[in-house]
Design a protein around this ligand. Sequence first.
Ligand SMILES: *Cc1c(COP(=O)(O)O)cnc(C)c1O
Length: 430
Amino acid sequence: MKNLITHIGGLPIEQLARDFGTPTFIYERDVIEKRIAELKAFDVVRFAQKACSNLAILALMKKHGVVVDAVSAGEIHRALKVGFTGQASSDPGSTGGARHAPGIVFTADLFDEDARDMIRTHKLPVNVGSPDMITQLGTFAPGTDVTLRINPGFGHGHSRKTNTGGSYSKHGIWHTEIEECLRLGKEAGVNIIGLHMHIGSGSDFQHLSTVCDAMVKAAKRMGPQLKVISAGGGLPIPYHKEQSRIDVGAYFSLWDKARKMIERDLGHSISLEVEPGRYLVAESCSLLTQIRSVKSSGGNRFYLVDAGFETLVRPSMYGAYHEISIATHDGRAVGNAFDTIVGGPLCESGDVFTQEEGGVVTTRKLPEAVVGDFLILHDAGAYGSAMSSNYNTRRLAAEVLIQQGRGDIIRERQTFEHILHFERIPSNLA
Ligand SMILES: *Cc1c(COP(=O)(O)O)cnc(C)c1O
């Protein structure tokens, strides 16, 4: 029956639940490796770790020559922990493309104090999203290599919260300010060497070629000091089973063509980076939950599971779609499928996994299940664990990596004491 499964990554679901409990994020190493391999035509693959920043996942990226992007001091800390540095490293074992690329690049639209300290101490290159950052860098880290994150004057996508370009986007440097940034860079004594655009055209190649044109134009403004261009992230994955996969070859070709035009204009070679988050990890992970209540209310059928938007927020936050499967806990034969609403444990009406943008609750045709069966939310690897919280004082879920036919724990389930660790009761209240 459709949406009825028994295994994740070759391991029986019942056994995974017994060994690791629920809810648990279960990653499959070989799926991540396959995605990395698909992008090897790019000179550099830079993982936007905000999508999934578990140390084990970062270590796996490193093993394959993928470098990382950090958007906060905390993410820099993670990257340093697994051995990335701000300098270029050429690991001979790499299958990815970290050729002469720094292991860590800090990307943001501002510096907070923590990030400033990290950048100065570890000599990290910076992808700046505001002209102010160039001048500030000159005061605390002169000599830094800098790329300019450019807002080409337009964005993409219908979800306003996720739009990354245009005049209402907080991200990047307006495209007409490049010359001014070069002047500021000279004044501040930093080396502006690259251009970056993260627009997220998805698989809209018409739009993507507009972005590529904007990059070629920006490169002309920048002139001979340009050495590297970054295509940013935004490569989509097929969240719906019937969606097709992006043509990565065609995506590369468009950017490669832009790169070659820039090389012709400038008369020297240009390194081409890509910076995916979602694409590398989304499909590698299933969120394993257990059904704790099956009920009907006013004709609607509900499965309530032991994880809510504190664990996977995308459906509540963006109306995002995740495929859902059921696994029985006892291997019994399953009869009919029913239109079902899937919700979590939170005291919050928006805690529903089957909803569309704007919070419209929908149903999903799911196999008949009983309390104790398992419910799997697929493609939970990107912005899943990374966006989870302790709302309702619920513990962060465990994370497991399946490799070589077994599951290794890569994050222990949080404890209640750990949640309370930094809270203090003033003595007059104790
Ligand atoms: C979030 C982000 C990415 C990754 O986006 P995906 O859609 O996950 O590929 C890449 N670059 C920057 C600067 C980002 O902020």
